[in-house]
Design a protein around this ligand. Structure first.
Ligand SMILES: NC(=O)c1ccc[n+]([C@@H]2O[C@H](COP(=O)([O-])OP(=O)(O)OC[C@H]3O[C@@H](n4cnc5c(N)ncnc54)[C@H](O)[C@@H]3O)[C@@H](O)[C@H]2O)c1
Length: 326
């Protein structure tokens, strides 16, 4: 299969490319990435010479380039996005440009050229926030609360519209919070590890009791590959690990692994519009496509913390570019 992966130099995209090349000797992967502040070509150093892999530096909003690349592949998996909620609160425009306009550009090229499958990688954040109980299902109405989640929900709606209107063979996945190696150190787990390594305190938003459902990144990648190959066209698939943890629980776990205590926590003013709880039902993908997470949270988080501790040069080489560090 010839596959165009967009945003493949980011956290999940780079793990997906590594995972897919290891799993399928018959995949030829083209990685289109604009290398924004969070795209890092070093994430793919181990596979840069793989003959089944090619990197293209470019933007998903570039119509001519996208058309040219789509005409050369069977399937497209779209990871490319602005993905940091805090940035979306400060500068929503770029989120509309990449996440909405960029997705539209890909869909249009896929429609004009004809493609076997277009898979849109999305997030559980499109469903909004939950109370103390209940889960997000694929049928839960979209109710995004941040400019980031609103832009992702808008893209999901365009994907749906291209299926309904033009019969474009689309698939849409919505995943919970990912953790694992290669995550840009603006996001909670690598951010906290990097702060602690510098002897600084970790900033916990509000009371720290916001709940997220955490999934190991390679389990997400495997789920995407399964949906791409076996998913039913036009369908949405939720992906989650049933690992609900408060931000404070995650913080304590990291503190413990790094030999620190409560005194390293600094409570800071809550994020605007901070969703209280996300929890996702994975019943559909587990029952229809036989996917299940393979890594327990306890194993995954230990491995992840060790990865960051053993790859401190990786963190240092990119943190200078990251706004939260300046
Ligand atoms: N991180 C999570 O926990 C999570 C959970 C669910 C879904 N998702 C979704 O998965 C996808 C990937 O997330 P991530 O955490 O790997 O993000 P990331 O920020 O690490 O990577 C995004 C990548 O997209 C590239 N990019 C940005 N704008 C582009 C453009 N206009 N053209 C081409 N490339 C561009 C960046 O250079 C970067 O390599 C996103 O669509 C995100 O919404 C993420």
């Amino acid at each position: 299969m010839r596959l165009l992966v967009t945003g493949g130099a980011g956290f999940i995209g780079s793990c997906f490319i590594r995972h897919a090349l290891n799993k399928h000797s018959d995949y030829k992967i083209f990685n289109l990435d604009a290398l924004t502040y969070c795209g890092n070509i070093e994430n793919l150093k181990d596979i840069e010479n793989n003959s089944n892999y090619e990197f293209i530096h470019g933007n998903i909003c570039d119509k001519k380039l996208v058309r040219e690349l789509v005409s050369n592949v069977d399937c497209v998996v779209n990871f490319a996005a602005e993905s940091h909620v805090d940035n979306s609160i400060k500068r929503p425009e770029i989120f509309v440009e990449t996440n909405v306009q960029g997705t539209l550009n890909l869909l249009q090229a896929c429609k004009e050229i004809g493609i076997e499958r277009f898979l849109q990688v999305s997030t559980d954040e499109v469903y909004g926030s939950l109370g103390k109980t209940g889960y997000f299902y694929e049928t839960t109405p979209l109710a995004p609360n941040s400019p980031y989640s609103a832009s992702k929900a808008s893209a999901d709606l365009l994907v749906r519209a291209y299926f309904e209107t033009y019969k474009l063979p689309v698939l849409n996945t919505r995943c919970s919070n990912n953790y694992g190696p290669y995550q840009y150190p603006e996001k909670l787990i690598p951010f906290f590890i990097s702060k602690l390594l510098k002897g600084e305190k970790v900033p916990v938003y509000g009371d720290g009791l916001n709940v997220r459902d955490w999934l190991y990144v390679y389990d997400h990648c495997e789920a995407i590959d399964i949906v791409l190959n076996k998913g039913k066209i036009g369908e949405v698939y939720n992906i989650g690990g049933h690992n609900e943890k408060t931000n404070l629980e995650i913080t304590h776990l990291i503190l413990k692994e790094m030999g620190k205590d409560e005194t390293s926590i600094e409570y800071v003013e809550d994020r605007l519009g901070h969703d209280r709880r996300y929890a996702i039902s994975n019943d559909k993908i587990t029952s229809e496509l036989s996917w299940a997470p393979s890594v327990t949270f306890e194993e995954g988080i230990k491995h992840t913390i060790n990865w960051y501790l053993n790859n401190q040069d990786w963190i240092k080489s990119i943190e200078a570019k990251c706004e939260v560090f300046v």
